[in-house]
Design a protein around this ligand. Sequence first.
Ligand code: F6P
Length: 329
Amino acid sequence: MRRIGVLTSGGDAPGMNAAIRAVVRTALSQGAGVVGIERGFHGLIHGEFVELNSRSVADIIHRGGTILKSARSEAFKTPEGRQKAVENLKQAGISAMVVIGGDGSFRGAMALTAMGVPAVGVPATIDNDIACTDVSIGFDTAINTVIDGINKIRDTATSHERIYVVEVMGRESGFIALWAGLAGGAESILIPEIPYDLDAVYQRIVQGQQLGKNHSIIVVAEGVDGPPSGEAESVAMRVGRYIRERGGFEVRVIILGHLQRGGNPTAYDRILASRLGHKAALLALQGIGGKMVGIVHDRIEAFDLQEAIEGHKAIDEEFYTLAQTLSSL
Ligand code: F6P
């Protein structure tokens, strides 16, 4: 009986469970077996394997997080760690892997493929920064979570006539900030891809006031000044301080943080995860590795993993211009 393995790695993303379910049930439908590897590449090295059947993935399509858990593994970056992982896979009779995660996880999938275990990547990260796919699993849920937050903040912003600086995730890319900022009607959006000027942000607030706007929402990607170190003053704090010190406005700062990573996946994410997981399992069952499945113009396709890792996913600058136009009047 053919057996494939599945793991989740890197930051969790809503819809990972739906992808696991799709992988398991697709394999079962083809008469194959599936092994779940817990804690990502760490679990590969430590033999944390669980047999998965149809019931193992019951009642998870709607749940955020990942039933297989996720971890970062330094050991897998070493030749010894990789060797151990491959030995464990061979011993368990696992002929191919499906790796659900972001580009770090895909580097691991490339390594497995190079060592004789074909691995297929499924893009799942709320950051949506993976090339060769229009959307990654988790992004839609995350931006809806952010919009929900902005809606609530807007109530207080209008009631108290305040300026709110909302910091969202996005270590190296501004997709969450840009999409949620556009959908949430933000007055300014600061993202790593586009240089910003705090004076211009301030002036937009002043101009808004002249037009009768007594509140403003500024959405800032956490990585606007480069990947966050976790120690320095957060970028939103700095933006908020600048506006406060220029004077004339009451300013509050809110950092949405990890609540953006959890929650029930939206219908879009569940469907995307089901489609991508299904395709990935079919490839793995055929022994095809070194691929990532992606969605392009609503079609599920397979791309070279290397291309997905090395490619850069650019934001659509028209979104930025549109957001500015619509919020400046
Ligand atoms: O890559 C997803 C992501 O949520 C980033 O947006 C964020 O910077 C990072 O993970 C946070 O990672 P951790 O969970 O290790 O704090």
